[in-house]
Design a binder for this molecule. Structure first.
Ligand code: 3PG
Length: 409
């Protein structure tokens, strides 16, 4: 079959097809041949006619069924994919095609998976509702922090900073993405000491507190670390889903631990940032939700991460929109946030989000307890619809935070 044979603009996709939305900028072909090339190379075709092809193969061909300028839709028969195998799916729809010389650029903008394929994965165990039940917080965004400095703190200092963040008002404390089990802060000691801090903070505040230990490692080791967290009384683990990979994430989810999975996406921008080429973050968000993460970083709009409103909105939709009965995933706003941004964040994300700040809490000039207090005060003010500047008159931690970071004062 030639590339053009993979185009049929009259084709109506079956409800079992996988649909992919691409933007294609050809270098060597017209758009029809280039689109056919994408469908061919991501299903049963190649650059030349084959002597090994069989009559029964034709029904497995991906079909380009829509071309609108550079925007192209391709339908893939479900039989092309092994159920419950995300690497397999991605090796087709986001595999070799990105390297084709004939294309100037190729963007996988969105994916739509049929129910049968989605149901072959586990999906989130807890999701938004499960996490709210765990934390017993129902009416406001959740407040999280990342221990800073991100690397280098000794275990007892890490556990102390966590304690201070919790008693100041954070619901969640997490490790940073590149903290695993370095000599200065080994994993097991860190989990034990930080969970001790959590217990103290819970006893002192009467609030539920959670610790997201970063278990990212080689897969067997990662699973062992998850078991350890569970044995020590932890309720959460954190995984760098891009660097450890979807296969590792599937393995972890398959173990079905009673642990909430917080997904960090460090590294995604290497292939999501260029709007003309690569894979959109909302595709990653859908894949992560289908496999079964409970929380995922989605960008900030107002913080230091680059994504536009439109992109972050698409990421949130990927986590929350109806999808074959899958639970909704908590969107996490993280990166360059501080208390002064809470009203704008809450208006954009709604109350079902995790607002996470590292520098915006531990950079408070009165220290971490004050930084966490300021963040909770900003959330409380926002929920009560009181302008931050007004609320800050009676709340000194917030006042100081606004002086440091916000242009309103
Ligand atoms: C993250 O994990 O998102 C970053 O460590 C955020 O850190 P920051 O709040 O200091 O930007």
């Amino acid at each position: 079959m030639r590339y053009e044979d993979f185009v049929d603009l009259k084709y109506e996709p079956a409800h079992t097809d996988v649909i992919c939305d691409f933007t294609i900028r050809p270098k060597e072909f017209d758009i029809r041949k280039a689109a056919g090339g994408v469908a061919a190379e991501s299903s049963i075709g190649t650059w030349t006619e084959l002597t090994t092809t069989k009559h029964y193969l034709k029904k497995l061909a991906a079909i380009v069924f829509s071309i609108n300028g550079a925007d192209v839709k391709v339908a893939y028969p479900i039989e092309l994919f092994e159920p419950n195998n995300m690497p397999n799916l991605l090796s087709s729809i986001s595999g070799n095609i990105f390297g084709l010389r004939a294309l100037e650029s190729l963007r996988l903008r969105d994916i739509h998976l049929p129910e049968k394929l989605i149901k072959s994965f586990r999906g989130p165990k807890y999701g938004i509702e499960g996490i709210r039940r765990l934390l017993k917080v129902y009416d406001r965004p959740l407040v999280g922090t990342i221990i800073k400095p991100k690397l280098g703190l000794k275990t007892q200092d890490h556990a102390q900073v966590a304690y201070e963040a919790w008693i100041g008002g954070c619901d969640m404390v997490k490790d940073d993405e590149n903290l695993s089990s370095q000599k200065f802060n080994p994993f097991e000691d860190r989990v034990m000491q930080t969970l001790e801090s959590r217990d103290r903070a819970e006893a002192e505040t009467g609030e539920r507190k959670t610790y997201m230990a970063n278990i990212t490692a080689e897969t067997d080791e990662m699973v062992k670390r998850a078991e350890f967290v569970l044995e020590q009384g932890g309720e959460y683990v954190m995984v760098d889903i891009i660097t450890c990979g979807f296969a590792a994430l599937q393995t972890l989810r398959k173990r079905d631990f009673n642990l909430v999975i917080h997904a960090h996406r460090a590294g995604h921008a290497a292939f999501t940032k260029n709007p003309a080429h690569g894979i959109s973050m909302n595709v990653i968000a859908k894949a992560a939700r289908i496999i079964g993460v409970d929380q995922l970083h989605v960008g900030t709009v107002f913080g230091k991460m680059h994504e536009t409103r439109k992109e972050v909105r698409a990421n949130i939709k990927a986590l929350k929109a109806k999808m074959s009965g899958l639970k909704q995933v908590f969107p996490v706003a993280s990166g360059g946030l501080h208390p002064g941004l809470v009203p704008a964040l809450t208006e954009f994300f709604g109350k079902d989000c995790v607002i996470q700040a590292g520098g915006g809490i531990h950079g408070h000039k009165k220290g971490t307890v004050a930084g966490a207090k300021a963040m909770r005060q900003a959330v409380d003010a926002t929920v009560k619809r009181i302008p931050l500047r007004k609320f800050a008159q009676a709340h000194k931690e917030l006042r100081v935070a606004l002086q440091i970071w916000d242009k309103v004062l």
